[in-house]
Design a protein around this ligand. Sequence first.
Ligand SMILES: Nc1ncnc2c1ncn2[C@@H]1O[C@H](COP(=O)(O)OP(=O)(O)OP(=O)(O)O)[C@@H](O)[C@H]1O
Length: 337
Amino acid sequence: MSYIELKNIEKSFENKEVLKDVSLSIEKGEFVTFLGSSGCGKTTLLRCLVGLENVDSGSIYLDGQDITHVSAQMRGVSMIFQQYCLFPTMNLFDNVSFGLRMKKIPRKEIEERVNDVMTIVDMQDHLDKYPYQLSGGEQQRAALARGLIMNPKVLLLDEPFSAIDAKLRKELQLYLKKIHRKLNMTSVFVTHDQEEAMRMSDTIHLFHDGVLEQTGKPNDIYLHPNSVYAAGFIGSYNLIPEELLSKTNKKTCRRYAIRPEVIEMSKKVYVQSDEYEYLEGIITNQIAQGSVARTVITINSNIEISADSISQENFSYQIGEYVYLRVPKKDIVKLSR
Ligand SMILES: Nc1ncnc2c1ncn2[C@@H]1O[C@H](COP(=O)(O)OP(=O)(O)OP(=O)(O)O)[C@@H](O)[C@H]1O
């Protein structure tokens, strides 16, 4: 049995099914992410895991124990929220030690544990400060310390960095990974940001409309999405109808997915080889994305394909220009649904 097992979880709010027969398992020490678009049920599943929501049916096991009906306080799971949820009238020492004080832990032990945990999040010099005296990133680190101090069996993080600017967010992501490696604490992270999920996770569970759509290692999901939804959500795949690729003129519902970065573009017709599929069309847009540039090519006047190249290569092309494309067949993903 895995460290955490969620079995056939169902949950509705006001007759709306939010979680539909969700089953997944998490290993001890793993960093997993629940990824999916807004409203797909990620936070609800996290709240069921921590015990803030009851499931309608299904079971939750932690470390071999059935905790489905165990109260949130008794589960040994800590949750860090998007809003830092620090008490504004308490300094950091009181904020971080709050849970231990509620448990009537002796003062000396509290001081030691606060010191340890504030050293881990690199905030040992801020104990006397109040939340309003801290930056957003510092507040989130203090919230993390408040979760860690309880020595939870599992740390749950609900979009903890979504209110933080892009640069600091990347720093905190690296920081959290470092802490995770150091403490080897089983962690479940919720985000709708695929890049964040790719960067942080050992395993990604991708959700769509209350259903677990795909589970895998970040690179596996990136290279082998199994559905139109997964391909659209991860890696900005181009979705191509079969008749366009195979040149058989077969009209099927089957779709293929191609990542923008595997498409090569040329002003001249390619010499044909069995290893490639070939397309051609007109450049209808160019989008600068820093070091990478995205070119949009319209094929058969109605299908748009994005191709990524390093920005400098892209300078030689113009909107309106006719171009030839080739795609290695090994990089074309056949979608099963
Ligand atoms: N307490 C509640 N009462 C009624 N509906 C709810 C409640 N909590 C969540 N929902 C609904 O359940 C659905 C899933 O919500 P949830 O917060 O789990 O989604 P999410 O994937 O975490 O989205 P986001 O990324 O926007 O937070 C949404 O339609 C939401 O409106």
